[in-house]
Design a binder for this molecule. Structure first.
Ligand code: FAD
Length: 499
């Protein structure tokens, strides 16, 4: 990449977004670009964000990070999916596993074949045909294999980790590669008269930091993108009414599961994220439906281990910045928008923003094409994640006021069409570049109680006896593969422990 038009990049903010961006842009330093990151210890970071989705592995691989080393330094654990508890009915639980269910058979989607057999009583629960789900339920884990003939090639994974430690880890990486960190509080943003571009930020100590490209990683406030450029925010609270969270770490108790758990509560949902040194917990709730005190009492009454701190309150407004790239400012992280962490997507949205920035880096100056492409893709991606998160609310089976309200609401047309399509014939129709795979849609649609009225007629053209035998082979192969895996905690202690 040539970076002729940009000699100096300033990253504002040193949370997960800032240091992920700093680490990725460190490669520009080699091309002669100065990369500076300003952060303020006095302001601090949001300090939550512990569950990820599989593409995080691509990001770490791009940086050349060793998995075990990184997990040891971030107290991380493995994640094969998410368990949802009590969303459909009290006591009901389902898994959203990573990786595929079974294999497509003669061009027919596996879940279509499964639906046909299951309706006739000739198939086990769908989870039995997902190696991630089988391993997760057994609290087992083994490294995925590259050899496609190995069942372990069917494992797809992400991580849980301490996001503050991840930021610190990436800070070390970025600084070692020439990214310069400036400690200090930005008190003023200077705009160029001619075109309103940001030309410098002023620090509390009176120093002035100039740049050509500014990456706003300043968190919810959007110091540059909103406070300086007044870009505007599109709110989605009418679809996603939760607007607060309480986060509390606890001592580890209970199994170190290789999956995140999200349990529905009266006015929101509670997360449980197992790390090596502690458990991350929190309650995401709608302040219109429960008081802060009641929410705290619910959270504290539903913890497995002893709390290690008081619950930490957080407030947010779900939605997205109207333009992620405005003039010479690109908002990455919470400054660009927020979607509740039900499907662990925020860190991914940071990663995706960074990838787009690298792909569309304005090295030839400030063309509309790069900016508009960036904004277009960002909007589409946020909307796709938004729809997927809304699905969990829309298709719930609970009876409290929040849950009745969201079940009865109108959802975006894009989601309504997907639900109809699934309800008719269990079909999932998605663009190739969409974040959530077919497995994700199937798992959540079925898990939330959307039952297809039939299956794809193509599945009827296959021999039922042969299909049943094939499904049984897949099931027993996965069961044996999971039985051969080490216990998740034992794997971490052996390969990824900081001790
Ligand atoms: P922040 O962490 O807020 O960092 C902002 C930075 O800007 C800080 O360094 C601050 O010092 C600096 N700054 C601000 N103002 C100034 C100033 N004036 N001068 C100098 N510096 C300044 N994501 C996931 O992927 N998975 C999850 O499980 C998950 N769970 C979450 C749970 C909750 C309740 C919330 C609220 C978020 C969760 N997230 C999750 C999102 C995740 O926390 C964030 O996406 C991630 O931490 C990135 O935050 P950030 O770096 O954008 O902002």
């Amino acid at each position: 990449m040539s970076a002729a038009a940009i000699r100096s990049v300033v990253i504002v903010g040193g949370g997960t977004a800032g240091w992920m961006t700093g680490a990725a842009l460190a490669r520009l330093v080699r091309a002669g670009v100065q990369v500076t990151l300003v952060e303020s210890e006095a302001i601090g970071t949001v300090g939550v964000g512990e569950a990820t989705i599989p593409p995080i592995r691509t990001f770490n691989a791009m940086l050349g990070i060793d998995e075990n080393h990184f997990l040891a330094h971030t107290q991380g654990s493995m994640k094969l999916g998410i368990e949802f508890v009590d969303w459909n009915a009290s006591g009901h639980r389902y898994l959203h596993p990573f990786g595929d269910y079974g294999f497509d058979i003669e061009g027919v989607k596996f879940h279509q074949v499964w639906q046909r057999l299951h309706a006739a009583g000739n198939a086990a629960p769908l989870d039995d045909y997902s190696l991630c789900a089988v391993a997760a339920r057994a609290n087992r884990y083994a490294a995925p294999a590259n050899d496609p003939s190995s069942p372990l090639s069917r494992l797809v994974q992400a991580y849980h980790f301490d996001a503050s430690l991840y930021a610190r880890y990436l800070r070390g990486y970025a600084e070692a590669r020439g990214v310069v960190r400036r400690e200090g509080k930005i008190t003023e943003v200077s705009l160029r008269g001619a075109d309103g571009f940001v030309e410098a930020v002023m620090l509390e100590d009176g120093s002035r930091l100039e740049g050509e490209l500014f990456i706003d990683c300043s968190g919810f406030r959007g110091l540059l993108i909103e406070e300086a450029l007044h870009t505007g925010y599109e709110e989605w609270t009418h679809w996603l009414p939760c607007d607060r969270a309480l986060a509390v770490p606890t001592a580890n108790a209970g199994p170190l599961t290789p999956y995140t758990r999200c349990t529905a509560r009266a006015a929101g949902w509670q997360w449980r994220i197992p790390l090596q040194h502690r458990m991350g917990n929190g309650y995401v709730y709608s302040s219109a439906h429960v008081s802060d005190d009641e929410a705290a009492a619910t959270l504290l009454a539903n913890l497995e281990g002893a709390p290690l701190a008081d619950p930490r309150p957080l407030r947010f407004t779900t939605g997205r910045r109207k333009q992620a790239w405005n003039r010479n400012v690109i908002a990455i992280g919470l400054s660009g928008g927020f979607l509740e962490p039900l499907e662990s997507t925020s860190i991914h949205l940071i990663q995706a923003g960074i990838s787009r920035l690298l792909a569309l880096f304005p090295d030839r100056g400030w063309g509309d094409a790069e900016r508009d492409s960036y904004n277009d893709f960002t909007r589409t991606q946020y909307e796709q994640v938004r729809d997927f998160v809304i699905l969990h609310y829309k298709a719930n089976g609970r009876d409290e006021p929040l849950w009745r309200q969201v079940r009865e609401m109108d959802v975006p047309d894009s989601l309504a069409r997907r639900i109809d399509l699934f309800r008719n014939r269990g079909r999932v129709f998605r663009r190739e570049d969409e974040l959530f795979a077919e497995t994700s849609w199937i798992a959540v649609m079925l898990g939330q109680g959307i039952t297809p009225q039939g299956w794809d007629p193509l599945a009827d053209a296959l021999d039922a006896g042969q299909l049943a035998a094939m499904l049984e082979r897949i099931r027993s192969t996965f069961r044996r593969a999971a039985e051969g895996m080490p216990d998740h905690a034992a794997y971490l202690a052996r390969h990824c422990s900081a001790r």
